[in-house]
Design a protein around this ligand. Structure first.
Ligand SMILES: Cc1cc2nc3c(=O)[nH]c(=O)nc-3n(C[C@H](O)[C@H](O)[C@H](O)COP(=O)(O)OP(=O)(O)OC[C@H]3O[C@@H](n4cnc5c(N)ncnc54)[C@H](O)[C@@H]3O)c2cc1C
Length: 498
C-alpha cells in the first residue's frame, strides 16, 4: 500500500509505542503496567486480532514446538493439561491475558507501522502507520518492537522449475486457506522442519496419503504431550507457584538437553536414532530418512509429540522421501533420482523470511539507518539508536524466556531514566574494535540465507547476543544499567508534548 505523508491526521502522543500484539508486545505492555503505570502507551498491530504468530499460522495441527510452560508468561499460569499447546489455545491464552490486564484496550488493530523517525531536538519518535489506507502519525518517547522476526507478508518458497505446470493446489503454511479441502487427496509436503513435522500427522488423518519430501533429514525428538512433573506440581502447589515451578523445570530440562547435545553429540545422536527405530516399523530405513549429517542443535531440533509422525508412517498414512526435486509437471514432482511423486496438492513448508523490526523504516533526524548495520546491545537495543527496543527470543529455548527478560530490562531502563530526568538513552560502542559472530548461530536454512536481515552481534558483552537463558538470567540479575549507555536530556525540552 502506498500512502502519502500529507494524509497524516493523528498526532497523538504516548510515552511508549509498542509495535505488535503477539507474545512480545503484550508482554512488554504487562511489564510497563507493572513497573511504570504512570506511562501512557499504545500497541500498533497490523492484524485484526491478538496473537501474532499464533493468529497468522492456521495450518492443520499448528502447535508449539517447545514447552508451553516456558512459552507462556511467568505471571499468567498456563492452566490447560497439555504441555505442548495447539495454536488456537495459545491464541486464546494471549487474548485472555491481554483482556485480564486491560492491555487489549490499548491496541489499535489494522495499524501497520511503516516508519519511525527520531527527533533529537525533542527526544521523541514520530511513528507513521497506515490504517485503512490512510497514513497516520503519532509521537512517542520510546518505541518497543514486538514485531517478531519474519516477514508477515511472504513466506519463503524457492524457485521450483515447472511449478506453473502443476495442475494441483500449491499452498504455503504461512497462508493457509481456511476452506482448503484435502480429504482423500495425495499430498506432498516439501520440507522437514518444525512446520512439516507438525502438519503431516495432522493432515494424514484425512488425506489419502501424505509424503514428506526432504532434501536431507532433520533430528526429531519424541516427548509426551503431558508432563508428569506438571501434574504432580499442580497437586501440591497453588496455581501460580506450580506454574513457576513447572516453568523453571522445563527451562532447565530444555537447557540441559541443549547442553548435552552440544557437549556429547554422539550420545544424543544415538538416543534420537534409538527413538526412531523404536517407533518406526521393523526394517525401516532410519539412516536414510532420519539420520542427519550435522550434530543435534546445529539446527533446531524438532519435537514430535508422542512420536506422532513416526506413528503416521508406521500406520501407512504418511511416508518420507529423501531426494531432490528436478522439476514439477502437471501431475506432481519429478525427482532427480528419476522417481515421480504424484500429487493433488503440494505444501511448500520451506520456511520463513527473516525480517528485523517488522520492516519499519528507521531514521534519526530524517536520516535513514539500516538496523542491520548496528550492533545489538544486551540483545535488545541498537547501537547509537536512542529509546528503541527490539524483542527477540532464543533459537534454542522458548521465545518468552528472553522476551520477558527484554521487557523487564526495558521498563527498568525507563524507570531509571524517569528517576534521573533523562529523556534519551542509547548504547554506544565507540571505536572499540569488535569481532563479529552471527546473531543467530544456528545453521537453519532461513537463518543462513538471510543473515544480513538481522542486526549484528559482537563477541564481548554487552554486545554479545547469546543463546543461553541461564547465563542471561544471571547477567540480568546483576545488570549494570549504565554500562556502555549514554544518557541525556532533550536540548529543547519545552517542545516535548506531555
Ligand atoms: C509456526 C511457528 C511455530 C513456532 N513455535 C514456537 C514454539 O513452540 N516455541 C517458541 O519459543 N517459539 C516458537 N515460534 C517462534 C514464535 O514466533 C515466537 O514464539 C513468538 O510467538 C513470537 O512472538 P512475537 O510477539 O515476538 O512475534 P509474533 O508472534 O511474530 O508477533 C508479531 C506481531 O507484530 C505485528 N507486526 C509486525 N510488524 C508490524 C508492523 N510493521 N506494524 C504493526 N504490526 C506489526 C504482527 O502482525 C504480529 O501480530 C514459532 C514460530 C512459528 C512461525
Amino acid at each position: 500500500m502506498t500512502v502519502s505523508p500529507h494524509e497524516a491526521i493523528d498526532t497523538a502522543y504516548f510515552d511508549v509505542v509498542i509495535v505488535g500484539a503477539g507474545i512480545s508486545g503484550l508482554g512488554a505492555a504487562y511489564r510497563l503496567l507493572q513497573r511504570n503505570p504512570e506511562l501512557s502507551y499504545t500497541i500498533l498491530e497490523r492484524r485484526e486480532r491478538i496473537g501474532g504468530t499464533w493468529d497468522l499460522f492456521r495450518y492443520p495441527g499448528v502447535r508449539s514446538d517447545s514447552s508451553i510452560f516456558t512459552l507462556s508468561f511467568p505471571y499468567e499460569p498456563w492452566t490447560r493439561k497439555e504441555g505442548v499447546a495447539d495454536g488456537d489455545h495459545i491464541r486464546e491464552y494471549l487474548t485472555h491475558t491481554a483482556h485480564k490486564y486491560g492491555i487489549d484496550r490499548h491496541i489499535r488493530f489494522n495499524s501497520h507501522v511503516l516508519a519511525a523517525d527520531w527527533d533529537s531536538a525533542t527526544d521523541t519518535w514520530t511513528v507513521t502507520f497506515e490504517q485503512g489506507g490512510v497514513a497516520q502519525q503519532c509521537r512517542s518517547r520510546f518505541v518497543f518492537f514486538g514485531s517478531g522476526y519474519y516477514n508477515y507478508d511472504q513466506g519463503y518458497t524457492p524457485e521450483f522449475p515447472g511449478i506453473e505446470q502443476f495442475g494441483g493446489t500449491v499452498v504455503h503454511p504461512q497462508h493457509w486457506p481456511e476452506d482448503l479441502d484435502y480429504a482423500g487427496k495425495k499430498v506432498v509436503v516439501i520440507g522437514s522442519g518444525a512446520t512439516a513435522v507438525t502438519l503431516i500427522p495432522s493432515m494424514a488423518e484425512r488425506a489419502g496419503k501424505v509424503t514428506m519430501l526432504q532434501r536431507s533429514p532433520t533430528y526429531l525428538i519424541s516427548g509426551s504431550k503431558y508432563s508428569r512433573f506438571a501434574a504432580g506440581a499442580r497437586k501440591v502447589l497453588p496455581r501460580k507457584a506450580s506454574h513457576l515451578a513447572i516453568r523453571m523445570y522445563n527451562a532447565l530440562l530444555e537447557a540441559a538437553f541443549w547442553f548435552l547435545s552440544r557437549k556429547t553429540p554422539r550420545l544424543i545422536k544415538w538416543l534420537l536414532r534409538r527413538m526412531a527405530i523404536k517407533n518406526l516399523p521393523a526394517g525401516y530405513d532410519v539412516d536414510t530418512h532420519f539420520k542427519p549429517t550435522y550434530n543435534p542443535w546445529d539446527q533446531r531440533l524438532c519435537l514430535i509429540p508422542d512420536a506422532d509422525l513416526y506413528t503416521a508412517i508406521a500406520d501407512g498414512r504418511a511416508d518420507v522421501v529423501t531426494d531432490h526435486i528436478d522439476h514439477f509437471d502437471a501431475t506432481g514432482i519429478a525427482l532427480k533420482s528419476g522417481v515421480h511423486l504424484d500429487a493433488d496438492m503440494v505444501v511448500t513448508a520451506t520456511g520463513l523470511q527473516l525480517q528485523a523490526l517488522g520492516g519499519v523504516k528507521i531514521s534519526l533526524d530524517g536520516v535513514g539507518i539500516n538496523p542491520c548495520d548496528r550492533f545489538v546491545y544486551k540483545a535488545h537495543m541498537l547501537e547509537d539508536v536512542p529509546n528503541l527496543f527490539w524483542c527477540v527470543g532464543y533459537t534454542n529455548a522458548s521465545w518468552t524466556l528472553r522476551a520477558d527478560m527484554t521487557a523487564r530490562a526495558t521498563v527498568k531502563l525507563l524507570a531509571h531514566m524517569a528517576a534521573h530526568g533523562y529523556t534519551h538513552a542509547y548504547p554506544h560502542r565507540g571505536d572499540e574494535p569488535m569481532t563479529e559472530k552471527p546473531s543467530w548461530d544456528i545453521q537453519a536454512g532461513y537463518v543462513l540465507r538471510s543473515l544480513h536481515a538481522l542486526p549484528r552481534s559482537g563477541t564481548k558483552r554487552p554486545w554479545n547476543v547469546r543463546q543461553n537463558y541461564f547465563a542471561d538470567a544471571i547477567d540480568y540479575r546483576f545488570d549494570r544499567i549504565e554500562e556502555a549507555m549514554v544518557f541525556g536530556r532533550a536540548a529543547d525540552r519545552a517542545a516535548v508534548v506531555g
